[in-house]
Design a protein around this ligand. Structure first.
Ligand SMILES: [Zn+2]
Length: 951
């Protein structure tokens, strides 16, 4: 191959730059490491070689997003084999492309092809003979997507070459393949992250090549380029769909229903190359045919690697239980294929055996894998379509496993949240209905695992009969438990016992209704009657401008931004902290009230209220009298509590988990849209904290005593400190802030904690003997809770148990949260709140600190006649505790975390400390726990700290 003029130019450019910068010329160059040619076809002259868009030779360095975009734009006009669709924009306004490549004739009839694809997907609409005729004429469809993790760069570089190769090659094999195939290339799925990494490569580049994978050149800065603008892992977002990249991409993939979806990643630098199919656990909703085809594709790909003398493997750490990867498509009938190339950054990496693997070679692996998979698809497309059609028929068959199954999300006043859920489901082509009247149903499973044969579904619930085309996906995300087969459980337990390792790669629980904190049931029958299709309630918000009070329903999540945004505009806002009836309208506790009297000098108050409500599409009631019905709150009483505008700082930087920082930041911008600052947590001692009344401390570690003391002083002066996970661990340590402790340091006086708990239990279920109460004599028969249980564990026994149980902590399961339903932190929250739970700090509260949410749902158990001990805590007679809700929670872990606090709140000086044991904003999808966090952020300064009076 002749040298492209630009390649020559770049050779010359290197030397003058070095002379000007007064740096020495290195003794070697990485460009000499790898001599195989990636783009070795016969190409049409008038289509630009990728080098045209680069200032280096193709595949020798990392192409930045602007260069890839420039190439895609140019190719879109240079060839008639291509059509480029911009399917979205990132947070940083970079374009996201789907590049359709096929024969010119196919490119002209893309719409007709898409129509046939849609027909083939719905076996209720066509019969076998129609399906066969569609399959006969339908080209194969491949979706080839790369570098969703921005610092896993080689995939996108391969994509650039693939686009060129497919549109410019005159070789017969390429031309013939495109006659019968539509290849859709998504060259870079995360351009914001890639740009961050490309920039850091530029910044850490010296003169000599760097082959040390520990260097900053290879690792990049905090936060790494893996994630997007708000530090989200986009490859966990495919069904949560919280980010614009995913929101743009999913509907397009769903409309094209590709036969294969390739997802090109990178992994550790010292690894080799891994591809599908996965090993167990594999989600049981995936069709076995998909796994079968995965092996066929892998076999043919392996041959290519053998021929080139490249090492690779399948399976090993690659499992497939979590449906939120790109492989959500497998539930829709597409074969997902993962590439994991060892990461070479761009100079290459020195390996243990002494060789250096070049970046160019890593690009070549991705390129060759892509071509191999496309060739396999060309060969097997028709057979795969037949299997696909069989699967689609099965999904809507009355004899199928999904036929007698209906998922129901119970009606709620939390319209904001249920609308969000329904939109996510609808974007996956899931058909949703609402029941117009209450439905009496038989065999029904509740979220806590209990079943009943007689259940009344309230009118206005979301009803999803699973006799529909996307049944496997619906099951995967709405069934309460993903089935983990026994051999997998056994192997997991064996590893846990032996050395504490795990075969689970992501969370083992992901049920969408639990993540959303919405009550749901599964009915074992196909519901059809009294249903109408769901539609989003979008109506103009009207308020009475002469009202005394405007009130937003406190169950609806949108009431929180309603309060926050009004306060930011300077409006005085109150919370009604108890349920109330005003002007004949019922309001749950936590409803937000704007009183005209509070805002005598605010111009245009009613129109401001109307504007903010309209932005949120939130209904606001107009109240004309401040007197509540009967004993319920009146507007002058203590239940109308004044809020204080939150002035928020988020501690950030490399002491903190970038994921938790990112999702906290995103939650502020997504839900609230109010001003806040991210500040450098390691510079706390030099920061004027008086500007903030609310500080968010995402999960982090390694805080010095001076950092903690700066925060302690600030809290005592009235600050609200909100911490998550590892930061809560630090604050609950011996030199932390406040009195909350971690479990391990409470065994000495565990009975104090148990007595506290018994007080809580008795308050939940008050029993009195009126006669005895009114007796004037001292009662010598009084029994105290600590005397009721004779079999409590000693300190030594508790320590022994804890050491054993600690091995079994879950890695992303859902457990039941028992909610204090009188606390202001729990406005808008259901009584048993599902909580995503991992190896979090186990928080223990004493008298001065409040356990706002504890682990374990207290349920009746008529057979339990005595007090029973679970480690440090006792359960009263007649009661049992549900801990696990979904995913893998070993019984030992359930015992360990039972009755500990998930959320604590404690007054410290004039301020307060609020600790979350976990990460309440997890992946932007844990909406149930997120509400607790939003309450803390927006209401904390007003409801939990001393109100400040401005003189
Ligand atoms: Zn990756």
């Amino acid at each position: 191959m002749k040298l492209h003029p630009l390649q020559l130019l770049s050779l010359f450019l290197t030397i003058p730059f070095l002379l000007i910068a007064d740096l020495s010329t290195p003794t070697s160059f990485s460009s000499n490491l790898y001599n195989k040619i990636i783009l070795d076809g016969n190409y049409i002259d008038n289509i630009d070689h990728p080098d045209t868009f680069l200032d280096f030779n193709y595949a020798e360095r990392v192409t930045n997003p602007a260069q890839i975009s420039a190439a895609v734009q140019a190719y879109s006009v240079q060839s008639d084999r291509i059509k480029v669709i911009e399917y979205g924009r990132t947070h940083e306004n970079r374009p996201l492309y789907a590049v359709f490549i096929s024969s010119p004739a196919n490119i002209k009839r893309l719409d007709a092809i898409k129509t046939d694809i849609a027909l083939l997907a719905d076996a209720r609409k066509i019969n076998d003979s129609k399906a066969n005729s569609i399959i006969k004429n339908l080209p194969a469809v491949a979706w080839m997507a790369y570098s969703i993790h921005g610092n896993e760069t080689s995939g996108a570089d391969a994509a650039l070459g693939i686009i060129y190769h497919l549109i410019a090659s005159e070789d017969e094999d390429v031309v013939n393949m495109l006659e019968n195939m539509v290849v859709i290339v998504d060259p870079m799925m995360n351009p914001d992250g890639r740009d961050r990494f490309a920039k850091s490569l530029e910044q850490y580049r010296g003169t000599a090549p760097n082959y040390d994978d520990q260097s900053l050149l290879h690792s990049g800065d905090w936060p790494s380029g893996r994630t997007n603008h708000y530090f989200f892992d986009l490859n966990r977002d495919w069904f949560y769909q919280t980010q614009p990249e995913t929101q743009g991409r999913v509907p397009l993939i769903n409309a094209w229903r590709p036969q294969i979806l390739v997802d090109g990643h990178e992994m550790g630098a010292q690894d080799t190359f891994m591809t599908g199919p996965p090993r167990e656990p594999i989600n049981t909703n995936v069709d076995k045919d998909i796994i079968k085809w995965g092996h066929v594709f892998a076999d043919e790909q392996a041959k290519v690697f053998d021929q080139n003398n490249w090492r690779f493997y399948t399976g090993e750490w690659h499992e497939d239980l979590y449906p939120g990867y790109s492989f959500y498509v497998q539930f829709r009938g597409s074969l997902g294929i993962l590439y994991e190339q060892s990461r070479m950054a761009e100079d290459g990496v020195r390996r243990q055996e002494g060789t250096i693997q070049s970046y160019k070679e890593s690009v070549h692996h991705q390129f060759a894998s892509t071509i191999s998979n496309l060739k396999s698809l060309e060969k097997y497309s028709k057979q795969m379509y037949q299997d696909y059609w069989d699967g689609r028929k099965y999904n809507v068959s009355r004899d199928g496993e999904y036929a007698n199954q209906t998922f129901v999300v119970l009606a709620t006043e939390n319209r904001g949240r249920i609308n969000t859920l329904a939109k996510k489901l609808a974007s996956q082509d899931i058909e949703i209905y609402v029941n117009t009247k209450p439905l009496r149903v038989g065999s029904t499973l509740k979220q806590n695992g209990e079943t009943t044969d007689n259940y009344l579904i309230p009118a206005g619930s979301l009803v999803i009969p699973n006799l529909q085309p996307e049944a496997p996906l619906i099951s995967a995300i709405l069934e309460f438990d993903a089935e983990i087969i026994e051999p997998v459980l056994k192997e997991e337990r064996r590893k846990t016992l032996k050395n504490g390792s795990s075969i689970m790669y992501d969370t083992t629980a992901f049920n969408l209704t639990m993540m959303y904190g919405l009550e749901a049931v599964t009915v074992n029958q196909n519901l059809q009657r009294d249903l109408e299709p769901w539609s989003i309630d979008q109506k103009a918000v009207e308020i009475n401008k002469d009202a005394l009070i405007w009130v937003a329903n406190g169950v609806d999540d949108r009431s929180v931004p309603f309060a926050a945004r009004l306060m930011e505009l300077g409006v005085e806002v109150r919370i009604i902290d108890k349920e109330s009836i005003l002007s004949g309208q019922e309001f749950p506790r936590g409803s937000v009230a704007v009183i005209a009297m509070d805002n005598p000098n605010f111009q245009n108050l009613s129109s401001t209220v109307q504007k903010v409500a309209s932005e949120l599409n939130l209904d606001v009631a107009s109240v004309t009298s401040g007197f509540g019905a009967e004993e319920l709150p009146d507007w002058g009483g203590r239940h109308f509590r004044l809020l204080e505008r939150p002035q928020v700082a988020i501690l950030s930087y490399d002491d903190f988990s970038s994921y938790d920082v990112g999702v906290s930041w995103w939650s502020m911008d997504h839900y609230l849209g109010i001003r806040h600052s991210q500040i450098n947590g390691s510079a706390l001692n030099y920061t004027d904290l008086r500007r903030y009344n609310t500080i968010i401390m995402p999960s982090g570690r390694g805080f010095s005593s001076s950092q903690l003391s700066a925060l302690r002083d600030w809290v005592r002066q009235g600050g609200t400190l909100i911490a998550n996970n590892s930061s809560s661990r630090s604050l609950a340590s011996d030199n932390g802030i406040g009195s909350v402790k971690q479990l391990a340091s409470t065994f000495e006086n565990s009975s104090d904690y148990n007595i506290n708990l018994q007080r809580e239990f008795e308050a939940l279920n008050v029993v009195i003997d009126v006669e005895k109460t009114n007796d004037n004599k001292v009662d010598f028969d009084l029994a105290y809770p600590w005397e009721n249980n004779k079999s409590q564990y000693s300190k030594q026994e508790l320590e022994k148990r804890d050491a054993w149980q600690a091995r079994f902590m879950p890695s992303g399961a859902i457990v039941a949260g028992r909610v204090d339903n009188e606390h202001w932190l729990t406005f808008g929250t259901i009584g048993t709140l599902p909580l995503l739970y991992s190896n979090y700090p186990i928080l223990m509260t004493n008298r001065s600190s409040e356990a706002v949410v504890r682990i374990g749902e207290l349920v009746d158990d008529p057979e339990a006649e005595e007090y029973r001990s679970i480690n440090w805590s006792d359960l009263p007679p007649g009661k049992n505790l549900n801990v696990r809700m979904s995913g893998l929670v070993w019984p030992e872990a359930s015992q360990r975390i039972a009755n500990s606090a998930y959320l604590t709140r404690e007054r410290v000086g004039r301020g307060q400390v609020i600790l979350f044991s976990g990460e309440p904003n997890f992946r932007g999808a844990a909406q149930g726990a997120n509400r607790l966090w939003l309450n803390a952020v927006v209401y904390g300064a007003g409801l939990g700290a001393s109100n400040k009076i401005e003189l």
